[in-house]
Design a protein around this ligand. Structure first.
Ligand code: ATP
Ligand code: MG
Length: 285
């Protein structure tokens, strides 16, 4: 797979309309995709075992998307082969009072994965430049000193996020950011499917339908956030999400590719330790 097609260059020129939400990367069918995903999941499992054993690096995968783009099901499928001990998934919703009593990176920082783990953020501090930008009144409720809320607030947030992510990468995190790119029409179909299927009805939320009125504002906010924060150290991937089976495949590939780049391996044992182990082995025998 040509992952480069979905990786946003760090040149500050990103335009969402250059990315097709219905792209399937030349894969013909769901069946073909499912076989490829199976292989990806197995490879991910092997690499994750080494990541854990090495205990040096950690992977932070940030998932952002409009409602019903498939974040939850991507997590379920992509991580299906991974040892639960080696990963964490944290969802970020409207901030609590305690969270609003701190800076906006506080809650996400507390939830970062430990070394050797894969951590998934289902939404993240990027919401601070997305939903909070679209619904400006949310910013007013953040208890910030008014003199600090200036016209440059979003620019400042992008700058702070870029530096924060740089700090993470200098400390052993690999930061991968995914925008699941779904079309407005496909979102409509999925909301209808939720209404029609009793097994999906619990996922339906009236406010999701209301948020569709702000679709354009969200797309503009996403475009700007991705443009300003796709960096060499923490790239964004715009993953086509009109076909869920394809987005899962791309996400699995992003993780496998990152782990392969790290060249994770089981720790080597030095000769002295090896000798000691040989003695223990003899004792056990
Ligand atoms: P689902 O796909 O199941 O709907 P979800 O991630 O949308 O999952 P919800 O509980 O529906 O989960 O919604 C979480 C909501 O919290 C989102 O609308 C998101 O924009 C909002 N949110 C997240 N972070 C913040 C924030 N910092 N400030 C305000 N709202 C936030
Ligand atoms: Mg929702």
């Amino acid at each position: 797979m040509q992952l480069r097609r979905y990786r946003v260059p760090a040149d500050g020129r990103f335009r969402l309309r250059d990315y097709d939400s219905a792209d399937c990367g030349g894969i013909q069918s769901k069946e073909e995709a499912s076989k490829l995903l199976q292989r990806g999941v197995e490879r991910l499992s092997e690499l994750q075992d080494k990541l854990y054993a090495e205990d040096r690096w950690s992977i932070l995968l940030i998932l952002q998307a409009m409602d019903a783009a498939g974040k939850d099901s991507a997590i379920k499928h992509v991580m299906s082969g991974v040892n639960p001990q080696g990963c964490s998934v944290v969802s970020f919703k409207q901030p609590s009072n305690e969270e609003l009593d701190h800076d906006y990176l506080w809650r996400t920082t507390k939830a970062l994965p430990e070394r050797g783990r894969i951590g998934i953020f289902n939404r993240s501090y990027y919401e601070e430049t997305l939903v909070v930008r679209v619904h400006r009144e949310l910013l007013e409720r953040q208890k910030l000193p008014p003199s600090l809320i200036t016209k440059r607030v979003w620019e400042e947030r992008f700058g702070d996020i870029n530096r924060f992510e740089h700090h993470l990468t200098r400390n052993g995190y690999v930061v991968l950011k995914v925008f699941l790119h779904v079309s407005k029409e496909e979102q409509r179909r999925r909301f209808l499917a939720r209404l029609d299927d009793p097994r999906k009805l619990w996922k339906f939320s009236e406010s999701d339908v209301a948020e569709r009125r702000f679709w354009k504002d969200y797309q503009a906010a996403y475009q700007d956030a991705i443009r300003q924060t796709s960096t060499a150290h923490a790239p964004w991937y715009v993953v086509p999400a009109d076909h869920k089976w394809f987005s899962r495949l791309v996400i699995a590939e992003i993780l496998v590719d990152a782990l392969e780049d790290l060249k994770v391996a089981y720790p080597k044992i030095d000769p002295a330790k090896r000798k000691a182990l040989a003695q223990l082995r003899a004792t056990l025998k």
